[in-house]
Structures are given as C-alpha cells and as structure tokens.
Design a binder for this molecule. Structure first.
Ligand code: UDP
Ligand code: MN
Length: 298
C-alpha cells in the first residue's frame, strides 16, 4: 500500500566521518557537538555508523557514552582503512581531478568515499551522511523525510554550497558562455553543492546506470575539460560537476539543513554577489561550521 511508504521508519541509518581524531582536540570537540545535538533532538532510533580509524572510534565511543542515552542510538564502527582499501582503485583515478596535490594520496581517499558508498555499504539502502562539524537545531527524522519526496531520478539529496566557490572555479566557462546557469546562484543557477550533509539513496545509486557510468576517469576527464574545472574539495566537486549535465540525479535540500557559516569568499573578490549564495532566510535546522567557522550558541 502506498501509505506504508510514508510511515516513519523505526530507525534510521546515519553515517559520520570521524577519523584521525587522536590528539586533535578541535575535531573531538566538533564531533561532540555534532552527535550530542543530533541525539538531543532526535525522536527516532539512530543506527549510527562511525567511519574512522580504531583510535578515533574509541574516542567516539566514549563521547557517545557520555552525551547520550543508549536507547536513542546503536553505534556501528566502520573501519575506514578497510573500506578505502576496497574502493581505492576506483576512487584514486577520480581523485586527481579534484585535488591540487599531484598524486592520489591514500589518506585523501576518505574525502571521496561517499561517491562509492553504494559499493561498500551493501547492507544499507538509505543513509544520511554527515560531516562532524555540525550542530543540529531540529529532529534528524525530518531530514530523513526528504528521501520520501525525491523525484524518480533523484539518487542523492544535497544542499547548494553557500559561497560562490563554483562560480569562481567555472569563471572561464562562464566568460565563454554568457547567460549560462553554470555557477549562477540559487534558486535558478547551478551553484554547486556542499557535501557536509547528504542523503544517499544507496539502492538507487546501485541501480542507476547513468550514475555508475560517471564513476569513470575518462568521463570525468571530458567533463573537467569541457567546464575547464580543477577542483580541490573532494566528493562535492564530483557531484557539482556531474550535476552540470545530470541535474536530475540530485534532490536539492533546503539551505536550512546545511547552513554553512564559512564566509571566506566574501573577502576574496566576491563581496558583490556573495549574499546571493549565502543568504538563508529559513529556520535553521543544521548549522555547519565549515572552514573552521564558529557555530553560534543557540
Ligand atoms: N574529517 C575527519 N578527520 C580529519 C579531517 C576531516 O574525520 O582529519 C572529516 C570530518 O567528518 C569533517 C569532514 O571530514 O567534518 C570534512 O572536513 P571539514 O568539515 O573540515 O571540511 P569543511 O566542511 O570545512 O569543508
Ligand atoms: Mn564540514
């Protein structure tokens, strides 16, 4: 029955990347804020997957014990090295297009893992994937509901990047293609994405011939040449680029579910258009302290 599809799930799958945390007190503190605020507002059981090395997973365990009641979550450690090993061949050939560094560093593969999450998380069908520099101000169950309003072709839910970073990266293409939507601000532009909060429909990612055909160095090479693009922001560069030709793979999340706070580009040549990208006049559901930005006390 159709209604059954909209019934709340008993539990939801959420994955947080938390690695290289040992002795990184700033990262540990950010993680604490992310998970404690998430669990505080949550009204659904959370299967929490922590993607990290063994030492970081230990730290995550302690923090979770400290901040939350066991009824609210189940913690599932995922060893990042094992996961990366499985998909390194696939990822490493894409990495060079979205990194300033010459080689495809093994340690950087973690920033590309979401692209192939459907290949390494076989038991899951839909997962929310999160950075650990967030602060929730709403119930994550409401975020999970966006899976239900995906259009047929949508496989990933993701919010726009809140700065003109892709306008900058695509400036050559924009100069040669006046009137293009490439790099224009929301709501009508192809502004590029921020990968700090993502809804991955892993079943649809597995099924999508279009999506899987894009996980290919030759295809990506062609796209980077066409749009004269050299990225350095990992997975979000990949999604932002493929969306230029396959917009319908993505469900654009409201800015309030990934309210990025970084304002670096405002002071680096883009003050005139900055607010077109940055403004978010909604009740904020998730703050994202990207580029190390402080999150306001709520
Ligand atoms: N991350 C991590 N360990 C690190 C660096 C990054 O676990 O040493 C993860 C963490 O989940 C972090 C995400 O990678 O939130 C992306 O990095 P960051 O949030 O610093 O990037 P930004 O949002 O500022 O672009
Ligand atoms: Mn972040």
């Amino acid at each position: 029955p159709k209604e059954a599809y909209f019934v709340d799930p008993d539990s939801i799958d959420v994955m947080v990347t938390f690695t290289k945390a040992e002795d990184n007190h700033k990262l540990i503190s950010k993680f604490r804020t992310t998970v404690s605020s998430m669990l505080k507002f949550a009204t659904v059981h959370i299967n929490l997957y922590i993607l990290g090395d063994d030492a970081s997973i230990e730290i995550a365990h302690d923090i979770l014990d400290e901040v939350a009641d066991k009824h609210h979550y189940t913690m599932n450690p995922l060893n990042i090295d094992e996961l990366v090993k499985k998909v390194h061949d696939t990822i490493s050939e894409l990495q060079s297009f979205f990194s300033y560094k010459p080689g495809a560093y093994y340690s950087d593969s973690l920033f590309f893992l979401s692209i192939v999450a459907h290949k390494v998380l076989p038991d899951l069908s839909r997962v929310i994937m999160l950075d650990c520099d967030l602060k929730f101000n709403s119930d994550i169950r409401e975020l999970f509901h966006f899976f239900e309003v995906f259009f047929e072709t949508n496989i990933i839910g993701i919010a726009h990047d809140a700065q003109p970073v892709y306008r900058h990266n695509w400036h050559m293409y924009r100069n040669q293609n006046k009137g293009t939507r490439v790099g224009d601000p929301p709501p009508d532009g192809l502004a590029g994405f921020n990968s700090g909060v993502m809804l991955l429909n892993l079943d649809k990612m597995r099924e999508s011939d279009v999506y899987n055909s894009l996980i290919n160095a030759d295809v990506i090479k062609q796209l980077t040449e066409k749009y004269m693009f050299k990225g350095h922001l990992g997975d979000q560069d990949f999604y932002s680029l493929i969306a230029l030709e396959h917009e319908d793979l993505f469900y654009v999340l409201p800015c309030s579910w990934n309210r990025q706070l970084c304002t670096w580009w405002r002071d680096h040549g883009y003050s005139d258009v900055f607010d077109l990208y940055f403004k978010c006049e909604e009740h904020i559901n998730i703050y994202h302290g990207n580029c190390d930005s402080p999150i306001p006390k709520l």
